[in-house]
Design a protein around this ligand. Structure first.
Ligand code: OXD
Ligand code: MN
Length: 583
């Protein structure tokens, strides 16, 4: 099946050569040295950061392009109001023209890969065809890629994905270090036949098809059909001083600190956090009625700016070697730098644009959405159970957003349906992870707005249905957190980072029927948080329900939910009415 598909794509894209990736170190080293030769990669100083590379993209190819992302379900209403849609037959015909000859002069790489631990019954296979060597090296870090995946996928279904940078090379034409086609970008999903086509971008989620395209958009549609969940969630293990361990999954919009939370270093004595995943969770009920999660990915594609020994020492240690850096700044002595990194600011930086950085010009040296790509196995707190084939049992699910007001630091839902309502209500101030204005409030239900592969109203209904699959006492409890509350002067009210362990402690206790709380109009709020050793924080403001602000929030939500029309589950509308009533 794969062979004939590869031949078909090759006949369409007309590459100069075809290379089936085996995933070996030798292969990666060869591709990397070719990229150094072509000027795409700069090797970093081996004594400082062994086997690591710096590169920068085309200035117009720096983030996910949501306006060029399509869900081509048979019927428009199945894509829903939050996705771009085109008729699949028309789109397919357009793609045949677009991809015709698009790999001329280039190598076509065939990447067999597995999302999820190779031995997991929850894992799924994919094959990405790409003309980007950068994609090959990133996919090698982000997925289980190569010979082993290829062997295991024989006779099994796989999600085919075709990716091209959209820049065929004419005879004798010099290649650019970051080939792409910003004026003509298409990130296209066919959830019906479970396939992906991506054209014109070489960056991140647009091009690494295992990540957002497969593990979220396509997988969410598979999960709906098969009764499981594909979510934009980190997974962490948390152990209390008595040695009791639990797992928590948490959904936040892009660049709201998922990687930091997943790798958190607790400030409270005796508590331990371990990382299972930092971006995506696939979850289904096990035979014991509990919800189990795997991380389909094998690496981190993390936002660099703001990452430091202070904010995320585990990430800093993870990226000490074997890392690809994209769009960060380069130091004189061939190491990397970004805004918010520790230490004094180095002179003589090369900016993410590849030119000498002019400090006085008021522009950042690293792009705000610059990234590191690195294998999870290098994370010093990578959880031993992260590769468990059956996944890890989830005790709590957290939703959060970047909200400067209204949403308190933490609260607990009354039950599953109320928790689903909280997920549907997530909104956040926008970041640089997607193209567009930064700092505007946007609704981002379940942090899945750009990632849900079908009608968001049906997705809410699917979540509600999932809650009926097991006994209520086996369901994870659902929480909402907000690390980003600000005072009247615009100063953060909560220190965040390692101190967020205090909030996780309360959640941990609550899921053990400990941890006291009181009922409010919006949910259960903590009676107290462990703030021992913390310099003055205004818990009163952090844990208050501002009724006027919440009434406004309800109006906002009510207006937003109209977007889903008849597909908005009645339960969600009733939850909103009940909240209004309580307020
Ligand atoms: C990501 C994103 O890259 O959410 O993980 O944008
Ligand atoms: Mn993400």
């Amino acid at each position: 099946m794969m062979k004939s598909w590869v031949e078909k794509i090759s006949a369409l894209c007309l590459p100069a050569r075809v290379h089936v990736c085996d995933g070996s170190e030798e292969e990666a080293a060869t591709i990397a040295s070719e990229m150094v030769e072509r000027g795409t990669f700069v090797p970093l100083e081996a004594k400082k950061r062994p086997h690591s590379f710096w590169c920068h993209s085309h200035p117009d190819d720096v983030a996910r392009v949501e306006e060029n992302t399509f869900i081509c379900s048979k019927k428009k209403e199945d894509a829903g109001p939050t996705n771009n849609w085109k008729d699949p037959t028309e789109m397919y015909a357009m793609l045949q023209t677009l991809f015709h000859g698009c790999m001329t002069g280039r190598t076509m790489y065939v990447i067999p890969y597995c999302m999820g631990p190779l031995s997991s019954p929850l894992a799924r296979f994919g094959v990405e065809i790409t003309d980007s060597p950068y994609v090959v090296l990133n996919m090698r870090l982000m997925t289980r890629m190569g010979n082993e995946a290829l062997k295991l996928m024989q006779g099994k279904p796989f999600v085919p994905g075709v990716h091209s940078v959209g820049m065929p090379l004419k005879e004798g034409q010099k290649d650019s270090p970051w080939p792409c086609n910003p004026g003509n970008r298409w990130i296209v999903h066919f959830p019906g036949e479970r396939s992906i086509w991506s054209y014109g971008s070489g960056y991140g989620g647009n091009a690494l098809l295992g990540k957002k395209c497969f593990s979220l958009r396509i997988a969410s549609a598979i999960g709906r059909d098969e009764g499981w969940l594909a979510e934009h969630m980190l997974i962490l293990g948390i152990t209390n001083p008595q040695g009791e361990k639990k797992y928590i999954a948490a959904a936040f919009p892009s660049a709201c600190g998922k990687t930091n939370l997943a790798m958190l270093t607790p400030t409270i004595p005796g508590w331990k956090i371990e990382t299972v995943g930092d971006d995506i969770a696939w979850m289904r009920f096990g035979a014991d009625g509990r919800l189990y999660a795997i991380n389909p990915e094998a690496g981190y594609f993390g936002v660099a700016p703001g990452t430091s020994m202070k904010t995320n020492p585990n990430a800093m240690r993870t990226i000490a070697k074997n890392t690809i850096f994209t769009n960060v700044a380069l130091t004189k002595d061939k190491d990397v730098w970004w805004e918010g990194m520790d230490g004094s600011f180095p002179e003589g930086l090369t900016s993410w644009l590849g030119t000498p950085w002019d400090k006085g010009a008021g522009k950042p040296a690293a792009h705000p959405n610059s990234r590191f790509t690195v294998s999870s196995r290098q994370c010093p707190i990578y959880d031993k159970t992260a590769e468990a084939p059956e996944g890890v049992p989830i005790s709590a699910i957290i939703f959060g957003g970047r909200r400067s007001s209204t949403l308190p630091l933490v609260f607990e839902s009354f039950d599953w349906a109320h928790g689903v309502f909280l997920g549907a209500s997530v909104s956040s101030e926008t970041t640089a992870a997607a193209k567009g204005e930064v700092g505007k409030l946007r609704h981002d239900p379940f942090a899945m707005l750009p990632f849900c592969g079908y009608h968001m109203g049906d997705y809410f209904a699917h979540w509600l249905e999932m809650g009926k699959k097991t006994a209520p006492d086996k369901l994870p409890r659902i929480y909402h957190v907000n690390w980003f509350l600000k005072d009247a002067n615009g100063k953060f009210l909560w220190p965040g980072f390692g101190e967020n362990a205090r909030v996780l402690q309360w959640i941990f206790e609550r899921t053990s029927q400990r941890g006291s709380a009181h009922k409010t109009a919006i949910g259960y709020l903590p009676d107290a948080l462990n703030v021992q050793g913390l310099e003055s924080v205004n818990l009163k403001t952090l844990l208050t329900v501002d009724r006027d602000a919440w009434r406004k929030e309800c109006e906002e939500l009510s207006e937003y939910f109209q977007l889903f029309g008849e597909k908005l589950p009645k339960v969600i509308a009733e939850q909103l009415d009940a909240l209004r009533e309580r307020l």
